[in-house]
Ligand binder design. Structure first.
Ligand code: SF4
Ligand code: SF4
Length: 341
C-alpha cells in the first residue's frame, strides 16, 4: 500500500506551546525526547506494561468469586495521548507485535492503548553501538513506522513527516502550528540515505540474508551450536525485557485474604521456569534450548505466522546483556551463507 505522506515545519518553541496547550486541555503528552541517546528503554511498556491489572476479584462464599469490574471494557479503557520522541525502530516494533495482540482473540489492553495513542518518532542521525535496524526494517517501512516522524531542520525547528491524519484529529486547531512544506521530503530522503549507508560503530560488516538465517536456525535445531553460543548466558532475561518486540506474558493471581487481583506480567523464554510443566518435565531444560527458542521464534516461527521478523535490530539485547552474549557475533561465527537455504 502506498502511503501519501505530507511534510511540515514547526519551530521548537511552537511545539512546546502546542504541548502546553494540549496539557491544559487535559490531553496526555509523553515526551521521551529528553532521553537523548539513552537507548536502554523502548516505548513498549507504555502499551504493554511489565505488570498490569486485568481484573479484581473477591471470594464471597465457599470459593465463589465475584469479579470486578462487571463491565470488562472499563478496565481496558485507554486515555488519548501523544508520545513524542520514540525511536523509529521502537515505533516499527509496535507494528511488528500488533498482530499478536490484535488478531484472533483481541487483547483490548494493548489494542485500546495503541488506538488511543499517536506515536511521533525522531529519525536517527546515525547508527549507535550494535544497531542493525538497516538489516531488518525494510527501507520502504522506515519512515512510515510512526504516525509522525521528526527530524531536526535547524537549531530552532523541526521538519515533520505526517503519515496519516491522526495528529490533525488529535490536535484539532492546534495543528495550525505545523506549516505545510512538501519540499522537506528531500531532507528526509537524504537523512535516511545517510543512515542506511553509515557504518556500524562496532564494524559489523556481516549480517546474513534473513531467509538464509531462518533456514539455518531450522536446520540446526538438534545441533550443539545453540549450547555453545549461550554458554555465558545466566538466564537473567535482560535481553527479552529490553526487547521492543518480545511480548511473552504470564497471567497470575495475587491474592490477599478474600481479595485478589489477576495480573498480566512480562515473562521470558530465558527463564528456566518458562516451560516447566506441572509434572516436573521441562522441554527446554538447558539454556541452549532456550536460546534456540529465542532465535527460532524471532527469525522463523514469527515469520511463518505473521510474515514479519520479530526483531527490529535495535541492538539492546547486545548492548545490555551482562554476560556479553551477542547474536551478531553468533551469526558471523556461524558463517551463514546462501548455501544454507
Ligand atoms: S541478557 Fe544475556 S545473560 Fe541475560 S538472558 Fe539474555 S542472553 Fe542471557
Ligand atoms: S532481538 Fe535484540 S536487536 Fe532484535 S529487537 Fe530485540 S532487543 Fe532489539
Amino acid at each position: 500500500m502506498t502511503i501519501t505522506a505530507s511534510f511540515y515545519k514547526i519551530t521548537k518553541s511552537s511545539l512546546a506551546t502546542l504541548f502546553a496547550e494540549q496539557k491544559q486541555k487535559g490531553n496526555t503528552i509523553i515526551d521521551l525526547s529528553g532521553n537523548g541517546s539513552d537507548l536502554s528503554k523502548s516505548c513498549k511498556a507504555l502499551f504493554f506494561p511489565a505488570t498490569e491489572k486485568v481484573l479484581e476479584y473477591k471470594i464471597v462464599d465457599k470459593g465463589v468469586a465475584e469479579v470486578k469490574p462487571d463491565n470488562f471494557n472499563d478496565e481496558t479503557k485507554a486515555v488519548n495521548r501523544f508520545i513524542f520522541g520514540a525511536n523509529i525502530c521502537d515505533a516499527y516494533a509496535l507494528k511488528v507485535v500488533g498482530p499478536v495482540f490484535g488478531e484472533g482473540p483481541v487483547d483490548r489492553f494493548f489494542i485500546n492503548k495503541r488506538e488511543a495513542t499517536i506515536v511521533a518518532a525522531i529519525l536517527c542521525d546515525n547508527k549507535k553501538n550494535a544497531c542493525f535496524c538497516d538489516q531488518i526494517i525494510p527501507r520502504s517501512d522506515y519512515s512510515n513506522a510512526a504516525d509522525l516522524v521528526f527530524t531536526e531542520f535547524d537549531e530552532n525547528s523541526w521538519a515533520v513527516r505526517s503519515n496519516n491524519n491522526r495528529s490533525i484529529d488529535f490536535f484539532g486547531n492546534g495543528f495550525l502550528h505545523f506549516i505545510e512544506d512538501n519540499t522537506l521530503k528531500e531532507l528526509f530522503d537524504k537523512k535516511e540515505e545517510k543512515l542506511f549507508n553509515s557504518e556500524n560503530p562496532e564494524e559489523i560488516n556481516y549480517f546474513p540474508k534473513l531467509e538464509a538465517l531462518k533456514k539455518f536456525i531450522e536446520k540446526n535445531f538438534n545441533s550443539e551450536i545453540f549450547n555453545d553460543a549461550s554458554m555465558n548466558c545466566i538466564g537473567c532475561a535482560t535481553c527479552t525485557y529490553s526487547c521492543p518486540t518480545c511480548h511473552c506474558f504470564d497471567i497470575v493471581d495475587e491474592k490477599k485474604y478474600y481479595n485478589g487481583e489477576r495480573r498480566k506480567n512480562w515473562d521470558s523464554c530465558a527463564f528456566s521456569l518458562f516451560t516447566l510443566h506441572a509434572s516436573g518435565h521441562n522441554p527446554r531444560e538447558y539454556q541452549g534450548q532456550r536460546w534456540r527458542q529465542r532465535l527460532l521464534h524471532k527469525f522463523s516461527i514469527y515469520k511463518d505466522r505473521f510474515d514479519k521478523i520479530a526483531c527490529v535490530g535495535c541492538g539492546r539485547c547486545i548492548r545490555l546483556c551482562p554476560a556479553g552474549v551477542n547474536m551478531l557475533e553468533m551469526f558471523e561465527k556461524w558463517k551463514i551463507s546462501i548455501d544454507h537455504m
